[in-house]
Design a protein around this ligand. Structure first.
Ligand code: ADP
Length: 492
């Protein structure tokens, strides 16, 4: 591993928003409580942020309800809603460097990734849904008898959106885009580890002219602010991205008020490398598919199946890449890997590394903390991993690659599907028959062939099985922010 030694290329950004954003006003939490958000690279406190709870959620839901039923939002033409979304995207583009730096500071992700991936994808997502705002329409339906029947697609109402810390800005865009295009109003609870960019985006939304109460943000903890949002009778839908464990709690808590729920949860995605692949492409793509974002991706290719014949060559190349990986200050443009988001994640990952060693996997690189400050974990590689080891079954959410060997096509579909998850998968081969045959057999919401982590605002993303319910992105996400209303008229 190479340390990045030179001075950061960008100075730390200014933190300007730390309070709750409710009904267009910035307010402290009603309890007066605050919580610290830390810089995971140094463990220093960046800022104190308002700690919202049930009372603040209630105020935010009331503001969102008012905006939905009485405010300008309810009367605005769909085309004008779209224009506001375009405007927000433009403001984000104008502030791209500053937003990327704030994201990097609060989350620890390398600024080069924030600039090259998080921000452009988020901006693109808002523009994609901006274009949809005036294209959400129903159908006329031929029915039996002398009736005229048509459907309307109406906004589902006030939506509660709870997002995680691994891609804070991008998750805001994935959630706000379809909700606003559909005409919903929003109460968002950002993750407690990374509240800063969501609050900044609320300010930009206000600047763009999105009316008061349409977007409300209440920072705070999951079991307090998050749970209050899920249980609130004034909320019509919850859109959640996070762990499967919390997804189950949310589904239970939402049942009492029969809220619509969409859940984008964890994964243990199989990444399958056949011996007839373009090996260098497979190595580079698999490395990216696991180590990108410090391994903190729900779709990380964390069960890496490599066919026997190419196994050793593949492993050598991954080890070489790990050795030259640059870990360091996330604000330095040369840094390729930053710290994990917090101590809890760091400890959890170190625990999984211990379990891999104990259960007999071969540790070929990494395995340790990197440096003595910040939550850095060396890029770690285990080989000789078997399907029943803990590191092959549970989501690690860190820079820990597990390589499993396989013999042939007959065996691999069953092994790939032998998991409670079904978020993503990848296949590396030059044989198109094999690629498409296997793609159809894998029970996962996304299958990448000869690529990894290719996301697009138009391409639906979400899970089979315990990886979730519903889809983010594309037309699919829009569907989950609208209700179908059937209107039937007697023609006499
Ligand atoms: P992770 O384990 O990756 O931190 P979580 O699923 O715990 O992911 O958190 C994702 C989001 O869910 C965060 O915004 C968190 O505050 C929120 N959350 C956690 N627990 C609950 C809960 N009981 N109800 C609602 N939201 C919650």
């Amino acid at each position: 591993m190479a340390t990045v030694a030179k001075a950061p290329s960008q100075k730390a950004p200014e933190v300007r928003q730390t309070e709750c954003f409710i009904g267009g006003r910035w307010t402290p939490s009603q309890s007066g409580k605050t919580f610290e958000t830390l810089n995971p690279a140094t463990e220093a406190v960046i800022a104190q942020v308002a700690e919202g709870d049930a009372a603040d959620i209630d105020a935010a839901v009331k503001a969102a309800r008012k905006a939905f039923e009485q405010g300008p939002w309810s009367k605005m033409d769909a085309r004008d809603r779209g224009r506001l979304l375009y405007k927000l995207a433009d403001l984000m583009e104008a502030e791209l460097d500053e937003l990327a730096a704030l994201e990097s500071l609060d989350n620890g992700k390398p600024i080069r990734d924030a600039k090259a991936a998080d921000l452009p994808l988020a901006i693109d997502c808002l523009r994609y849904y901006a274009g949809y705002a005036d294209k959400i329409h129903g159908q006329t339906i031929p029915v039996r008898g002398n009736y005229f029947t048509y459907t309307r697609r109406e906004p589902v109402g006030v939506v509660g959106q709870i997002i995680p810390w691994n891609f804070p800005i991008l998750m805001v865009a994935w959630k706000w885009g379809p909700a606003l295009a559909a005409g919903c109003t929003i109460v968002m609870k950002p993750a407690e580890q990374t509240p800063l960019t969501c609050l900044r985006l609320a300010r930009l939304a206000q600047k763009a002219g999105i009316p008061d109460g349409v977007i409300n943000v209440v920072p705070g903890y999951g079991p307090t602010a998050g749970a209050a949002l899920v249980k609130h009778p004034g909320v019509d839908k919850i859109a959640f991205t996070g762990s499967t464990e919390v997804g189950k709690i949310i589904m239970r808590d939402a049942a009492a008020t029969m809220k619509r729920v969409t859940l984008e949860l964890g994964g243990k995605s199989p990444n399958i490398v056949f011996d007839d692949c373009d090996l260098d492409a497979a190595v580079a793509g698999s490395h990216f598919g696991l180590y990108f974002n410090q391994g903190q991706c729900c779709c990380a290719g964390s069960r890496l199946f490599v066919q026997e014949k190419v196994h050793d060559k593949f492993v050598d190349k991954i080890v070489a890449m790990n050795k030259s990986r640059k870990l360091g200050d996330p604000l330095d443009m040369a840094t390729e890997q930053g710290p994990q988001v917090d101590r809890e994640q760091f400890d959890k990952i170190m625990g999984y590394i211990e379990s891999g060693k104990k259960e007999g996997a071969g540790l070929l690189s990494g395995g340790n903390r990197f440096g003595d400050r910040g939550f850095y974990v060396e890029p770690t590689l285990f080989t000789g991993v078997s399907d029943d080891m803990t590191i092959a079954k549970e989501e690690i959410f860190g820079p820990v690659m597990s390589i499993l060997k396989f013999k042939d096509l007959d065996e691999i579909a069953a092994r790939a599907n032998n998991t409670c998850y079904g978020l993503a998968a990848a296949i590396w081969t030059r044989d198109i028959q094999k690629a498409h045959t296997l793609a159809a057999k894998i029970r996962a919401g996304t299958v990448w062939i000869n690529c990894y982590d290719v996301f697009d605002a138009a391409a639906p993303f979400g899970g089979f099985k315990m990886s979730g319910i519903g889809r983010e992105l594309g037309e699919a996400a829009l569907g989950s922010y609208t209700e179908h209303k059937t209107v039937t008229v007697s023609l006499g």
